[in-house]
Design a protein around this ligand. Structure first.
Ligand code: ADP
Ligand code: CDP
Length: 220
């Protein structure tokens, strides 16, 4: 398989981890489009911009040199030469990224860059985000929506961020994820599968089972 696999889904549905593993297994490149929205957020905070100033944030986005590595073994991202791979996972970025993602001029800029990355080198790629199956690459060879019920997604995120899923961690994670998904879904629909998109409900599945399910769809 040497084509394009497009994957969307809400936070904690398993996109990043599953897509990286699928890309490794099939020898494809891997594109995490969420990292690009996070990188613009990092830059806007770094420059002290008012994130509600949409024209200023869009102008910044267009001026940034975003260096996105698509090797699934090391998916790094740099902004104007600064490696922000670790920094963009900070809570302050997760809390502010929706303000950037709901800026339609930023979206146009990043969507164009994502299409260029997908087409680069003509090699196959697994690209994941919120609007890949619908906007960025609606002609992809394989289009998937990963879903999971909210409790499963929150428990996964809590274990990832806090190392456990006790009541306090679940409550903190619930607030963050619910707010972000609600804001994000005002500009992109990643909760319902578009026409021709195969939905995989990952709630009852282990990570390995989800990877196997995706590989099965690709081989069909
Ligand atoms: P997304 O990119 O959709 O936000 P991630 O791939 O980051 O989701 O997954 C969130 C967390 O859940 C990660 O810690 C990941 O290892 C874990 N995870 C992924 N798939 C499953 C699964 N099927 N069951 C349990 N945990 C999972
Ligand atoms: O934390 P999680 O892995 O769920 O999020 P992410 O994939 O890193 O995406 C971070 C944020 O980027 C999302 O909350 C959206 O606001 C935005 N995003 C988007 O709008 N469109 C995409 N294709 C990908 C991400």
């Amino acid at each position: 398989f040497r084509g394009v696999i497009a994957v969307d889904g809400p936070s904690g549905s398993g996109k990043s981890s599953v897509c990286r593993e699928v890309a490794r297994t099939l020898g494809l490149r891997y594109l995490d489009t969420g990292a690009m929205y996070r990188a613009v957020t990092w830059a806007a905070l770094d420059r002290g911009l008012d994130l509600t100033d949409q024209p200023a944030v869009a102008a910044l986005s267009r001026a940034l040199v975003l260096d996105v590595a698509t090797d699934p073994a090391s998916p790094r991202i740099a902004v104007d030469g600064v490696d922000v791979t670790a920094a963009i996972r900070q809570t302050r970025i997760s809390e502010n990224v929706s303000a950037i993602a709901t800026n339609l001029d930023v979206r146009s800029d990043l969507i164009a860059r994502q299409r260029a990355l997908i087409e680069e080198k003509g090699a196959g790629i697994v690209a994941e985000g919120r609007d890949i199956t619908t906007v960025v690459a609606p002609d992809a060879d394989v289009r998937l929506l990963l879903t999971a019920d909210e409790n499963a997604r929150i428990a996964r995120r809590a274990r990832e961020l806090h190392g456990n899923d006790d009541a306090a961690s679940l409550a903190a994670t619930h607030a963050q994820i619910a707010t972000r998904d609600a804001r994000d879904s005002t500009v992109v629909d990643f909760l319902v599968a578009a026409d021709g998109v195969v939905e995989i409900d990952t709630s009852p599945l282990t990570f390995e089972q989800v990877v196997a399910a995706v590989l099965r769809v690709v081989s069909e």
